[in-house]
Design a protein around this ligand. Structure first.
Ligand SMILES: *Cc1c(COP(=O)(O)O)cnc(C)c1O
Length: 385
């Protein structure tokens, strides 16, 4: 038992840069604990500088950022939002909360991103927006999607929860659509426990975004001295995190490059290790299209079937390695059936969701990654071709 504990390799381990408590202490000493203080400003400025977005606003989560996006677009009951079913629930929930109907379109077989060739057929007179999810931090084909959206007068929101530090043809993810959303949940690359950011790329949304963010008041203008009192001017909520969270995030952002490099090294080691199995046709590895610079958010394998995937997860677990799967496609979930509809076949979504397994990937895994690979190769060797 004790031995099993010692050798246990978790799926995720939140990575700390070592400077988090210093900045938390500074925030504490400064005495402003509410949001929209100096650390919030530093973080937001970092995103503006590093992504080129017009404005970044820290939020409690990517979920909250997506909810802000739905409010900003004035999404109304009955509006349709095109998105993948292969995603986290928040992508859909943010719009369902406004009474809108998520319309699911299938994903591409190669990188599990929204299939840009199937979007147009799903557009109706009620379609308002396309929400793209950059799965595993690997970009959707944004040139095609932005052109399509422009031709049909639709908004594009990037659920870039997994895409901090990734890019598409040199452009940072989150900065390409009209709005973008990041997550700093502890399972992501850059973390603050819970946390997120809304990136505003279309300047038309800048002023109202700040108001929604500050509970429907013009407090941000007041703090800048633009108005002499602040008051309730629009709908809104409390979307902003406190300064302790922002100070933690600041420590993470200062080391974002280094964290990403460490993850990329681990990703490459996996990719190299499973090359031979892929050429034998036993598994499939992730595909990174030309022009996509990814952040090594995730390393996954596609096994031949659901049965093989279940066996792999339990065999790995018995060897002390936690491998996991996700997502249950939203159109197959109880709430998805109730609130959403599908367009066309979702065959790729259904089969790929059954076959995908994620391997542990976190900075600090370096010493144990060899064991994960050894176990995985050994387990897979026993499976029929
Ligand atoms: C993690 C994730 C979210 C939710 O992020 P939170 O910060 O936990 O709200 C949304 N969409 C995708 C694709 C995610 O991976």
């Amino acid at each position: 038992m004790a031995e099993a504990q010692d050798n246990f390799i978790p799926f995720n381990k939140p990575y700390m840069t070592g400077h988090e408590t210093d900045y938390i202490r500074q925030a504490h000493a400064h005495g402003q604990l509410a949001g929209n203080g100096p650390f919030t400003a530093k973080c937001q400025h970092w995103f503006e500088k590093n992504t080129g977005c017009k404005k970044a606003l820290l939020t409690h989560s990517c979920t909250a950022a997506l909810e802000m996006a739905a409010l900003l677009l004035n999404i109304q009951a009955g509006d349709e939002i095109i998105m993948p079913s292969y995603t986290f629930v928040s992508t859909a929930n943010a719009f369902v909360l406004r009474g809108a109907i998520p319309v699911f379109v299938d994903i591409r077989e190669d990188n599990l991103n929204l299939d840009e060739t199937r979007i147009e057929q799903a557009i109706t007179g009620k379609t308002r927006a396309i929400v793209v999810v950059h799965y595993a931090g690997i970009a959707c084909d944004m040139d095609v999607i932005m052109e399509l959206a422009e031709r049909h007068g639709l908004y594009v929101i990037e659920d870039a929860a997994q895409g901090v530090m990734s890019a598409y043809k040199g452009r940072p993810l989150g900065s390409i659509g009209h709005l973008g959303a990041f997550s700093f949940h502890e399972t992501k690359n850059i973390i603050s426990g819970e946390g997120g950011a809304l990136l505003i790329n279309d300047p038309a949304f800048m002023e109202r975004a700040e108001i929604l963010w500050e509970k429907g008041t013009n407090r941000s203008s007041f703090l800048r001295g633009e108005v002499d009192k602040y008051t309730w001017v629009d709908v809104g909520s409390s979307f902003l995190p406190g300064e302790l969270i922002a100070s933690f995030l600041w420590a993470q952002l200062k080391h974002a490059q280094e964290t990403t490099s460490r993850r990329l090294k681990l990703w490459q080691s996996y990719h190299h290790a499973f090359e031979a199995l892929e050429s034998k046709g036993l598994i499939r590895r992730p595909v990174v299209p030309d022009g996509c610079w990814h952040n090594a958010h995730m390393y996954y394998l596609l096994l031949p079937s659901l049965e093989a995937r279940s066996a792999f997860i339990s065999d790995m677990k018995s060897r002390g390695v936690m491998a996991v799967f996700h997502y249950v496609p939203l159109h197959l979930s109880p709430a998805g059936k109730r609130f959403c509809r599908t367009h066309g076949s979702l065959a790729n979504t259904e089969t790929l969701a059954d076959r995908l397994v994620r391997l542990p990937l976190w900075p600090g895994l370096e010493d144990q990654q060899g064991q994960v690979i050894e176990h995985a190769l050994d387990v897979l060797k026993g499976y029929p071709a």
